[in-house]
Design a protein. Structure first.
Length: 457
């Protein structure tokens, strides 16, 4: 599968100079192994021939050159074989003749790259020789160019599809950064993902481990790639100072872009392996712990170690509640106080005492009363129907209970005040509703003649 790219260039002179007139790169004597001109002659400079149509284009036509690059693997075209170099040039010519008819073009086949691959630089005049119009979007859309290139290349050689199911996929940029020893954020993601995947019991456990390792994850499904994970780097503690990172939305990587080791299938294999180990522990009581760590760049393998779990007996511990002398003394005083208090209580007070609730007394109240313990009677919350909001009923309900301290009196005053506020708010709501009634209803019983006299005056 040939690698293809496309770029629209506004300055045609610079594009032609870079491809034709520069010296060979990476120690090569020649810049171009084969150069072919389409709809142009060799004796006149190519920029002059193209400029003839650039000048005739409309004033708002800014693009002059469509620059296409076709790169072939060594399995497709051997750079040491002159016949393969000519075939690669013919692939570029056929692309221009089939999909860019009526345009001037140059097809330059080179082998002076860093890896020595055979590649084509195709420079197409964006101004048509027929109608002086530019190329359409379909013509310079890179996906279409990639498809067209593969279709034509199949006629001359067998396509090298590469390793689509490789365990680890590395781009050229990542490979170059590794050689320079620079930080690669995708390698950081790979390392954290492999560490989280190791000994994961389930997918939920795997996601929990990823979050602890500073990786966000989402599970997605697409028609082309199926189920896959999208990892995002959230922890930047390992990033060296001064390193430029992509923007927030571009710090993620899809599992099928990283390799097969980082997808759902690899996770399922690891989960099954871990479950087999746990099952073996339950049956035999011994297991082999594999602590080898697989890294994307370097692998550190440690010898396997056999671990036998030992049974540990935990002694039973009995717990007894022990009361302190202070607590015992307080309980005795409380019992003595309650017994004296009940002797002096009337029958009515004893009835109320049975339904009362003991509540803790604050330290300030205890100091005021001069006693250590005291029993309070808390009146239950009074619920009165909104339709019968009458203060007399509230007073009667309050008078049923014995008089208490000032704190309880304040409670009754507050309860009465709140209910009074409810009554007033209800009256206000009724008055507002009355105002919103139609004029015919409001005006009943009003002297209309008097209103007319007032208006006449």
């Amino acid at each position: 599968m040939a690698y293809s790219s496309v770029k629209r260039v506004a300055c045609g002179y610079s594009a032609l100079h870079y491809v034709i007139y520069e010296h060979g790169h990476n120690g090569h004597e020649k810049r171009n192994a084969v150069l072919t001109a389409i709809n142009m002659c060799r004796k006149v400079p190519y920029e002059i021939q193209m400029n003839r149509y650039w000048r005739r284009a409309r004033s708002n036509h800014k693009i002059q050159i469509i620059a296409i690059v076709q790169s072939f693997s060594k399995k497709e075209f051997d750079p040491k074989n002159e016949g393969d170099i000519l075939k690669a040039n013919q692939v570029g010519q056929q692309l221009v003749n089939e999909h860019f008819k009526g345009r001037q073009a140059l097809v330059c086949t080179q082998i002076d790259g860093k890896k020595g691959y055979v590649h084509n630089h195709i420079l197409i005049n964006d101004v048509s020789m027929i109608d002086l119009k530019g190329c359409t979007k379909q013509q310079y859309y890179y996906k279409n160019i990639e498809i067209w290139t593969d279709e034509i290349t199949q006629e001359y050689t067998i396509l090298d599809l590469g390793e689509k199911n490789a365990e680890e996929k590395v781009t050229r940029t990542e490979r170059a950064k590794r050689e320079k020893g620079e930080y690669v954020y995708r390698d950081d993601i790979r390392e954290r993902v492999l560490a989280a995947m190791k000994n994961s019991a389930s997918e939920e456990d795997y996601f929990r481990r990823l979050s602890k390792n500073g990786i966000g994850v989402k599970k997605k499904n697409s028609p082309k790639y199926g189920e896959h994970y999208v990892y995002e780097l959230l922890d930047f503690s390992k990033v060296p100072e001064g390193t430029k990172l992509p923007k927030h939305g571009n710090r993620s990587a899809r599992s099928y872009k990283l390799g097969t080791l980082y997808g759902p299938e690899a996770l399922q294999v690891e989960i099954e392996r871990f479950n087999r180990i746990m099952k073996k522990i339950e049956e035999e009581g011994t297991f082999t712990l594999d602590i080898s760590i697989d890294m994307p760049t370097t692998s550190v393998k440690v010898e396997k170690e056999t671990v036998q779990p030992t049974a540990v007996t935990v002694p039973e511990i009995s717990y007894e509640t022990v009361s302190t002398p202070v607590e015992i003394e307080a309980e005795e005083q409380e019992i003595e106080y309650v017994s004296k208090h009940k002797k002096t209580m009337s029958a009515e007070e004893k009835a109320t005492e049975e339904i009362s609730v003991t509540a803790p007394v604050s330290q300030v109240e205890v100091q005021r009363a001069g006693v250590q313990l005291e029993q309070q009677v808390v009146v239950p919350f009074l619920i009165i129907d909104d339709e019968d909001d009458d203060d007399d009923e509230i007073v009667k309900e309050v008078e049923k209970y014995p008089k208490q301290k000032k704190s309880q009196e304040n409670f009754f005053v507050k309860a009465k005040w709140k209910i009074k506020e409810k009554v007033e708010s209800k009256q206000r709501n009724l008055s507002n509703r009355f105002r919103k009634l139609p004029f015919s209803d409001v005006s009943e019983g009003v002297d209309k003649d008097k209103d007319d006299r007032d208006l006449g005056e």
